[in-house]
Design a protein around this ligand. Structure first.
Ligand code: ACO
Length: 338
């Protein structure tokens, strides 16, 4: 039997505490006008101290599983995309698995940052098409707020990021051969590690001339805070997102007119506007959430998917184009029929 993977359930969770640009003015020597003009962000959500990444993922997963009309125990694989794990090891997927009480299934953590959801979608699609798994839970979840430099020195990065989680259930369906069947149609995955240090978290780590992967010196130097060459990230993001999405559409003989909705990674509204300009995508076909949530990295696309469903913008049978770019550099695109 031939199978395709259909997204049968979507869920998301944002921690209740909203942090506005005006709140950040008090910490970061920044201002609402600068943040809105340069990024489009108005507010983001940050967790309280006692919340972990797997806690956010759990809430999103429960909603996705419920919307898929199945039980936790029907899930036979978890793919967890995050750059902000509960602990260095084991992977956060195992902590989520324990919370969902689904022992003995396959659990895979992936580390592709902002492209993590699309990498995960492609991996899930392959496992479904081989017939090896029937219901895969794919989660993107991040807690950035605990890892940001919340002083004026960190303002270029710290205004951008929010906490949140998004999840989808991908279920195996017998392929009908009908081109209108709901399914993940195609994904393309890319990376160029020569840009790894353009957006990265240096410490703690083993690539230091030290007998310890974590030292007081690292912390004194602020190496445990993310570093970013914002302009370079911006330029590459526009180029690569437009390039990979155009290629994926062409490969599947789809034109912009054939796509009902575009869900892009949410790093900066100006990146998405530029991609739209380059590809000549009408603004009303792009669903953005960055104004409310900031950049939640691996979670942005599934959170956007859930908000689009709730807003009536994404309906069964629609064709969706997706693209993401982030640290690595990694970038990816995908097309699905919802
Ligand atoms: N508030 C106020 N002023 C600031 C802030 C801030 N938060 N951050 C920087 N500035 C100042 C700088 O100090 C600089 O001042 P100066 O002119 O006196 O030297 C001025 O603003 C301009 O700084 P630039 O870095 O040149 O600003 P730019 O227009 O490039 O915008 C930004 C910066 C928003 C980070 C942009 O480069 C960008 O969006 N890059 C893409 C990177 C990105 O989105 N990363 C997210 C994670 S990666 C991903 O998900 C794709």
């Amino acid at each position: 039997m031939n199978y395709v993977g259909e997204i049968t359930g979507v869920g998301s969770f944002l921690p209740p505490k909203a942090v506005t640009n005006f709140d950040l003015e008090k910490l970061l020597n920044t201002n609402d006008e600068w943040i809105q003009q340069r990024t489009g962000i108005v507010k983001r959500h940050w967790v309280e101290n006692n919340v972990s990444t797997s806690d956010l993922a759990y809430e999103a997963s429960i909603e996705a599983i419920k919307n898929a009309g199945i039980s936790n125990t029907d899930i036979d694989m978890i793919i967890f995309a995050t750059l902000s794990p509960d602990h260095d090891f084991p992977g956060t997927g195992c902590f989520l698995q324990a919370k969902l009480e689904v022992p003995n299934i396959t659990v895979l953590d992936i580390r592709q940052q902002c492209s993590g959801f699309l990498y995960g979608l492609s991996i899930a699609d392959k496992f479904i098409r081989t017939g090896e798994h029937k219901n895969i839970l794919l989660v993107g979840a991040e807690i950035h707020s605990k890892g940001l430099d919340k002083t004026p020195e960190g303002r270029d990065v710290s205004v951008l990021f929010g906490d949140g989680a998004g999840a989808v259930v991908i279920s195996a369906k017998e392929a009908t051969g009908d081109s209108s069947q709901s399914q993940i149609i195609s994904c393309a995955l890319h990376a160029d590690g020569s840009f790894a240090k353009e957006l990265w978290l240096p410490g703690p780590g083993n690539a230091f001339n030290s007998d310890s992967r974590c030292s007081k010196e690292m912390i004194d130097e602020g190496l445990h805070y993310p570093k970013m060459n914002g302009r370079n990230v911006f330029i590459h993001a526009v180029k690569r997102m437009a390039e990979t999405l155009s290629q994926t559409l062409a490969k599947n003989k789809l034109k912009i007119d054939d796509v009902d909705l575009f869900l892009f990674h949410q790093a900066n509204i100006r990146i998405n506007e530029k991609v739209a300009e380059v590809m000549q995508i009408p603004a009303d076909k792009i669903f953005n959430t960055i104004q409310d949530y900031g950049n939640t990295t691996a979670a942005t696309i599934p959170i956007g998917m859930n908000d689009a469903i709730k807003a009536g913008k994404l309906k069964k049978g629609m064709t969706v184009g997706m693209a993401a770019f982030g640290s690595g550099f990694t970038w990816a695109s995908g097309v699905l029929r919802y």
